[in-house]
Design a binder for this molecule. Structure first.
Ligand SMILES: [Zn+2]
Length: 188
């Protein structure tokens, strides 16, 4: 999401993005290689989705396939979301660079799991400070133990990611390329 000054202010899920678009609180910024940035409202985005189908980048409704927008411009000031990275599986993987925090190796998302550093049975919470990315093998080896009990060492202390760092991680990702033109304009 960009605010009205075209500065990145948040990352939201697909559902929230579509809701904002259809409530007319945001428009899609579509970057055309030749014509530059174009703004599209919900109606225009539906039309564009039908003219340029991309099944792997779409969500299906009963009547149509809607392309998932990458960058949205908020049209109202009072709807600026908080600049906080949402805690969810995908964002934990992103924070950890899709690398197992025990063996340090990179994996595809499908091969990764979330590990409670302090196991739930011992009161470990499900939050940024206690959840790390782990490969299936390390996760199984650690089981319900603390890392040192399993002879394992965390690559780094898990923490809530800072917004700025997180934006750079996003920019590194291939499918985040529509974001690149806007990252230099980020607000402090
Ligand atoms: Zn591992």
């Amino acid at each position: 999401m960009l605010n009205r000054a075209w500065q990145p202010v948040n990352i939201v899920g697909v559902r929230r993005a579509i809701t904002l678009l259809f409530q007319d609180h945001a428009r899609v910024i579509f970057t055309d290689p030749e014509e530059g940035h174009k703004l599209m409202d919900a109606g225009e985005w539906i039309e564009y989705s039908q003219e340029h189908p991309a099944p792997e980048r779409s969500i299906r409704t009963v009547r149509l396939a809607l392309r998932v927008p990458s960058v949205l411009l908020l049209s109202v000031y009072d709807r600026i979301p908080r600049r906080e990275v949402r805690f969810c599986r995908r964002n934990v993987y992103l924070r950890d660079g899709c690398c197992c925090q025990y063996c340090g190796r990179p994996f595809d998302e499908g091969e990764l799991t979330l590990d409670h550093v302090v196991p739930r049975e011992r009161g470990g919470k499900t939050n940024w400070e206690n959840i790390v990315t782990a490969c299936a093998r390390c996760n199984a080896h650690k089981a319900n133990r603390l890392p040192h009990q399993a002879g394992m060492v965390l690559r780094k202390v898990p923490a809530r990611p800072k917004w700025r760092n997180f934006m750079s991680v996003m920019a590194e990702m291939e499918d985040a390329s529509p974001w690149r033109p806007f990252l230099g304009m980020e607000a402090e």
